[in-house]
Design a protein. Structure first.
Length: 427
């Protein structure tokens, strides 16, 4: 059994470990745009929408069809039921072509083409917005992973520092210079630091899994991440950011195209009440036929279609189109209001995060001084282990708060840039 266990250990050691991927933020964003399924779906849907104008425009083009027909009928056969039509049936074999062309429909087809173009543009803008959301998700996951690594570093340093103090207290206890209570407190502090370390290691692995998903990977990966400098450059005033957002946000642009598409479609539906004009031509050969039929045929026709009664179908369609146009307009207005609100809230959160960064830096400085003083007093026998433990705890909490404050600031700045449509370009 022990030999089998040793063999398994050898095999496991021989297997290559998963290579850690070295990344910076821009590389992570590039990979996400290539790999993320949401980005692919949005692009494919936009490309599919680009085909709609061609389909609508086909109604403006002539339609040419070829035919080959063979028919056999009993002598003196006539169609007697089913529709009002020419009842005569001749036995024949014939081939020919027909051409049909819409001549004029009061702009209905042209408006349908324009509506399809606007919907295609809306889909393209939606794809750009989805890409922006993917990039924001990557930035959030990247900063979360950096924060987890910083917290892990703090946890390791805390374990080392408290273990060193515990070793010193152990030595003093062995020399009968410190009490067992001091040793117990020191060991408790080490245990707390080890619990913090275990939690930090788990959070680091979870953050890497989140970053893997944000980049579009199907399986979790491990990363070596380059730090991202803290961008403290001043942003434009809120009024300017709001104006940029309303002008440049892809989702608002998509809604504007939807409003225009709805307007064009309404105009197209109104044309249903007017007459339409079309032409048709047909020509061909009849190589085998009964007596009395010519060997070739040809005809040209002009058709005028004028709706008179159809159960108010067209008027109902027009009313529906008008209501949907109004709904699209209100949807755009509601989205614009939400963009202003989201930008305002994001700016407030960013200001608060900037204040926490400054306060956390001061807290780290003060807690470091307090810990140094507590260590010196404890070594001189002027204070108890409780005072030293409190100073160690304060220093650990200050380091954690500084790490959280820095990365929360980066996160909130990324959110502001997203809402203002000012995300840095991907290299």
């Amino acid at each position: 059994m022990m030999r089998l266990f040793a063999l398994c250990l050898c095999v496991a050691a021989a297997l290559p470990a998963q290579e850690r991927m070295r990344l910076n933020l821009y590389q992570a964003q590039e990979i996400a745009l290539r790999n993320h399924p949401r980005a692919d779906v949005a692009i494919l849907e936009a490309r599919a929408a680009e085909q709609s104008p061609t389909q609508e425009r086909a109604n403006l083009r002539p339609v040419v069809q070829s035919h080959l027909t063979g028919a056999g009928a009993a002598t003196q056969s006539r169609l007697g039921a089913g529709a009002i039509n020419n009842p005569i049936i001749f036995s024949r074999v014939a081939t020919g072509m027909t051409l049909s062309q819409m001549l004029y429909d009061w702009g209905r087809t042209r408006n349908m083409v324009d509506a399809a173009i606007e919907r295609a543009r809306s889909s393209s803008d939606t794809a750009r917005f989805v890409q922006a959301e993917v990039l924001l998700g990557v930035r959030q996951a990247y900063f979360a992973a950096l924060r987890a690594r910083t917290v892990l570093t703090v946890a390791r340093e805390t374990v080392e520092a408290r273990s060193l103090v515990a070793d010193q207290v152990q030595a003093l206890f062995d020399a009968k210079l410190k009490s067992g209570l001091d040793l117990s407190f020191a060991r408790v502090n080490v245990a707390e630091a080890q619990m913090l370390l275990a939690s930090a290691e788990n959070d680091r692995a979870a953050a890497d899994a989140g970053l893997s998903t944000a980049m579009g990977f199907s399986e979790p990966r491990e990363f070596d991440l380059d730090p991202e400098p803290l961008d403290v450059s001043a942003l434009p005033p809120e009024e300017d950011l709001s104006r940029e957002a309303l002008e440049n946000r892809p989702d608002l642009s998509a809604l504007r195209h939807q409003v225009e598409a709805a307007r064009r479609f309404t105009d197209a539906e109104r044309a249903l009440l007017k007459p339409s004009f079309s032409a048709a031509a047909s020509a061909g050969l009849v190589p085998a036929h009964v007596a009395g039929i010519r060997s070739e045929y040809g005809a040209v026709a002009l058709n005028i279609s004028l709706p008179i009664l159809n159960g108010n179908l067209f008027r109902s369609r027009i009313a529906e189109a008008e209501l949907r146009e109004r709904a699209a307009t209100q949807r755009l207005q509601a989205a614009a209001n939400e963009v202003r609100r989201d930008l305002r809230v994001a700016l407030l959160s960013l200001d608060s995060a900037a204040q926490r960064v400054r306060l956390a830096g001061e807290l780290v400085r003060q807690s470091t001084e307090a810990l140094e003083l507590a260590e010196a007093r404890y070594e001189l026998g002027l204070s108890s282990i409780v005072e030293l433990s409190q100073a160690q705890l304060g220093k650990t909490q200050a380091d954690l708060q500084e790490a959280n404050a820095r990365f929360e600031y980066q996160l909130h700045r990324a959110i502001v840039e997203f809402h203002a449509s000012r995300q840095p370009p991907v290299r």
